[in-house]
Design a protein around this ligand. Structure first.
Ligand code: ATP
Ligand code: CA
Ligand code: CA
Length: 433
């Protein structure tokens, strides 16, 4: 089953929530950014600001379409984080607020989180559990220090932490973070790698139904794939990964993965052009076990003849151009991703280009990062470890303590990082033995 982003327009069941999220972000981010910049204080890390929006507006907040409460966490810390990650404040607000159009990617993981993409596909809003929210606040200082010292971190870039609540509704916590995948390039294969083998297999038979599925460790190994980096890029990548994982180990975090999107330069963008006329985008979403997801709640919207013709024209122009623009017709300009070019692992058109053994450029661009890094090794995981531990060898079990989880992760990822030439040589010498 293909996981497709669903446009969140007025008819969408989650429109009100999405609207409230964006309205709150716009208000709080512009309020913080309107002030003169200053150094952070201890208090900034624990700061929280509660406000109410209502349809009439009041002296503190402007009027909104709905009544809701919004809570903003550590606004100054996130302002500084956005600056470290070179996010332009005006562009950030534009991406997250213009016209209130987002796309929802159901709930791609098992956690029940929802994912929303900004209309230009640059940012992701992920709803998180209360536990994850509390945990992020707790580690915010460590995270802040880490990214200050490691601006080239592979960890998720957090740009904001907020909460919305509608009258009588439940509290919804969410983070704003970077979308690792580019708005302007097709991702031909997506992998979510943990360095574990238990349950880390996407049924190959289902790939036909869902060609954009997120594959896992065993699928990677079965294909004998590598992150094809020559010695220079490999060293830089492994070093940064080790630093990032050391932080996660120290903070007792586990269950994270390396998300890898592969863009094959030879295939380029021309595939699926037809599909793109009907879809806002096609993220490499993970398969879902439950039958209900974002899609089942999608309200079909058939494009008019005029729209179809307009899109066909856009498509023809798109094929002509080197860097086609995404097919979201509400998008009037190509998203500027220039801020990414100063970051080592996102400098090659938003990603990190494969290299050969002699460091010359390869045939793929990898879009990668360490995601889902807010799960702390707590008693739940310990219990899971105990039960699973009765049955299998520990090295094959996913919930192992954070130190070993991290070591195994680094070992696995470093082990699959090598140029095509080196992989071939290794394969030959193994065959000769
Ligand atoms: P679970 O805990 O069950 O693994 P989750 O709800 O915590 O699920 P994640 O693991 O964070 O979800 O992400 C699920 C999928 O969403 C990923 O495999 C990936 O396809 C997509 N995704 C998550 N974060 C990003 C990101 N920063 N950029 C692009 N895609 C992402
Ligand atoms: Ca995950
Ligand atoms: Ca998770």
């Amino acid at each position: 089953r293909v996981v497709v982003g669903t446009k969140v327009d007025e008819n969408h069941v989650n429109y009100e929530t999405a609207y409230n999220m964006l309205t709150g972000i716009r208000f709080t981010v512009s309020r913080t950014n309107a002030k003169l910049d200053r150094e952070l204080t201890e208090a900034d890390f624990v700061a929280k600001h509660k406000m109410s929006f209502d349809i009439t507006g009041n002296e503190l907040t402007p009027s909104a379409k709905y009544d809701f409460k919004f809570k903003d966490y550590a606004p100054w810390v996130f302002r500084h984080l956005r600056a470290i990650f070179k996010i332009d404040p005006a562009e950030y607000l534009m991406s997250l607020t213009s016209k209130y159009i987002l796309s929802e990617l159901g709930s791609p993981g098992k956690s029940g989180s929802f994912f929303y993409f900004s209309r230009d596909y640059k940012y992701i809003i992920k709803t998180i559990h209360h536990g994850e929210h509390k945990f992020l606040r707790k580690i915010l200082k460590d995270y802040y220090r880490h990214v200050t010292e490691n601006p080239n971190t592979l960890l998720s870039q957090f740009y904001g932490l907020h909460r919305v609540k509608i009258p009588y509704g439940r509290k919804i916590h969410f983070v704003v973070m970077n979308n690792l995948f580019p708005p302007h390039r097709d991702i031909h294969r997506t992998f979510d790698l943990k360095g574990s083998t238990i349950g880390r297999d996407f049924r190959e038979e289902d790939l036909e139904k869902n060609p954009r599925a997120t594959l896992k460790d065993l699928n990677w190994l079965r294909r004998n794939l590598h992150l094809e980096f020559g010695p220079t890029k490999k060293e830089a990548f492994v070093k940064q990964m080790q630093r990032d994982v050391a932080l996660l180990q120290r903070l007792k975090i586990m269950d994270y993965s390396l998300l890898v999107g592969i863009h094959d330069l030879e295939r380029g963008n021309e595939e699926n052009l037809r599909d793109k006329t009907l879809q806002v985008f096609q993220p490499g979403g993970e398969e879902k076990d439950e039958p209900s997801g974002g899609n089942s709640r999608q309200l079909a919207r058939t494009p008019s003849k005029l729209e179809t013709a307009k899109r066909a024209k856009e498509l023809r122009e798109m094929v002509k151009k080197e860097r086609p623009k995404p097919m979201d017709q509400t998008l009037d300009r190509m998203p500027e991703e220039s801020h990414k070019s100063s970051f080592f692992f996102y400098a090659d058109d938003g990603g990190f280009r494969a290299t050969h053994e002699d460091d010359t450029p390869g045939e793929e661009i990898y879009y990668l990062g360490i995601i889902d890094c807010l799960t702390r090794y707590n008693y739940v995981k310990k219990a899971e470890h105990f039960w699973k531990g009765m049955g299998g060898h520990e090295s094959q079990i996913s919930p192992i303590p954070p130190d070993r989880y991290g070591d195994r992760f680094v070992r696995f990822i470093s082990g699959i990082t090598m140029s095509r030439e080196r992989a071939e040589k290794q394969r030959l010498s193994a065959a000769l033995e």
